[in-house]
Design a protein around this ligand. Sequence first.
Ligand SMILES: NC(=O)CC[C@H](N)C(=O)O
Length: 234
Amino acid sequence: MKFGVVVFPGSNCDRDMQDALQNDLNQEVIMLWHKEKDLSMFSTEDCIVLPGGFSYGDYLRTGAVARFSPIMQSVIEFANKGGKVLGVCNGFQILCEAHLLPGALLRNANQQFICKNVHIKGLGADKALKIPIAHGEGRYFADEATLDKLEKNNQVIYRYCNENGEVTQLSNPNGAIRNIAGICNEGRNVFGMMPHPERATNEALGNTDGRIVMGSLILGVNAVANEKAALVNF
Ligand SMILES: NC(=O)CC[C@H](N)C(=O)O
């Protein structure tokens, strides 16, 4: 499995993503400047990653300009063919703006940029993972019908919880509706999340819980189900 990490003007987690995938998870990574359009070196078994950051300075709304970057048309076509796409933080925002995922990321309820460790719980999991967040517009929102559909199809992959794995209002850092931290599309090949697993994949970073999240992408659903920590049907 090969990973293509897109670099937008203003991305700032692209190298962290590359480092985590290449050095901590032993994966092949190709960096992709946002002006590239050719994704023919990737098969649908591969994964395009939209990393975190401040693409286009967050002007207008986070992700609203990056969604029109030249590469995005190719990313949309790749996703529509069944190719895997992962968006982290700003990447999640871009995926929603591009309508590859439903809903939107609104300004945090407290109107502040929040940078701290939080806990999240994977679908069907019994263990909380500690993963950092760093965002100003991370409050997931969708209308009730969309939310009900997401839940019915098991598309809510991660929710904010406390360290015991209980999904509570107090453990919700940004006011996300139904504590939603990450979702996938109906086809289960496009996945977005606000927390940053790539910042937690090495002992030197003081946290390796991100390996479980990233590993679910690489090893597939069974490996992760065995971990009883997360369940992403990639
Ligand atoms: N770390 C990030 O990707 C931040 C995303 C975006 N700039 C925000 O503040 O919400």
